[in-house]
Design a protein around this ligand. Structure first.
Ligand SMILES: [Zn+2]
Length: 256
């Protein structure tokens, strides 16, 4: 039986691991140590390393893992990833029969220019692009690119599981609640998140349906959110311009 398990790393990273009782693949191993511990403890053979983008906290463990296990590295074609044997971009497919795991690759620029996501029937590894109750910062791309990338992810079915790379729900909630204080689904999510984190449990994976109901960056057309953005700006947004609302929201989040 294939399962997907989060290996915690650093302060708030998750190294997602797809495994069965023999094999594993890891996504964005920023640190090799917890991965090696997990593989040794569970006697798993590492089949592949998948990477979403080039930031240090996503690739820092690659050298040691490759040295130890000689594992092939799959990653974004447009970014510099150590030991990358399989550069990927929009339209590519990765397939690991030992795990019965097959994913489609799409380009989701914004957080970085070459950022990719791995989508499969039922879930996504979306790196630092879509977060729970939030989204990635703009390090390289434009707000237009990030908005478009998020829209593509959001077009998947509501029950799609969202495996992002950081435990950020608690961190993102205050801004989300500030933007949309009367959203009852969001208030309920806040309660559940506090309970889970108090027990040191992950709040991930989320679902796209949950994000569409509570994540302000997927809700830029909601009147309450627009009202709060306008209050913050002290001026009106252009009418029916979702992109303008998203851009203003992303900027505001950086200052919040
Ligand atoms: Zn990043």
């Amino acid at each position: 039986m294939m399962k997907i398990f989060p290996i915690p790393a650093f302060e708030d990273n998750y190294i997602w691991t797809v495994c069965n009782d023999q094999y594993a693949i890891v996504v964005d191993p920023g640190d090799a140590v917890p991965v090696i511990q997990y593989l040794e403890k569970n006697k798993l053979k590492l089949l592949a390393i998948l990477v979403t983008h080039h930031h240090r906290d996503h690739i820092g463990g690659i050298n040691d893992l490759v040295e130890l296990y000689n594992t092939p590295v799959y990653g974004p074609r447009r970014e510099k990833i150590p030991h990358m044997a399989f550069p990927l971009s929009e339209g590519d497919v990765v397939e690991f029969n030992q795990l019965n795991f097959r994913a489609n690759v799409i380009d989701i620029p914004g957080h970085t220019l070459g950022h990719i996501a791995y989508l499969w029937n039922g879930g996504m590894f979306c790196g630092d692009t879509l977060f729970t109750c939030g989204c990635g910062k703009l390090f390289e791309g434009t707000a237009e690119q990030l908005h478009h990338s998020l829209q593509r992810l959001a077009s998947l079915p509501d029950d799609t599981l969202v495996y992002c790379s950081h435990e950020y729900t608690l961190l993102n909630l205050p801004f989300a609640l500030h933007c949309e204080p009367s959203n009852t689904a969001l208030k309920q999510r806040a309660e559940e998140t506090h309970i889970l984190r108090a027990q040191d449990k992950p709040t991930l994976p989320s679902t796209l349906g949950m994000e569409k109901a509570t994540n302000p960056f997927l809700r830029c057309t909601e009147p309450e959110i627009i009202r709060h953005i306008e209050q913050h700006l002290g001026s009106r947004l252009p009418a029916n311009d979702e992109q303008a609302a998203f851009t203003a929201l992303r900027k505001w989040r950086d200052l919040f």
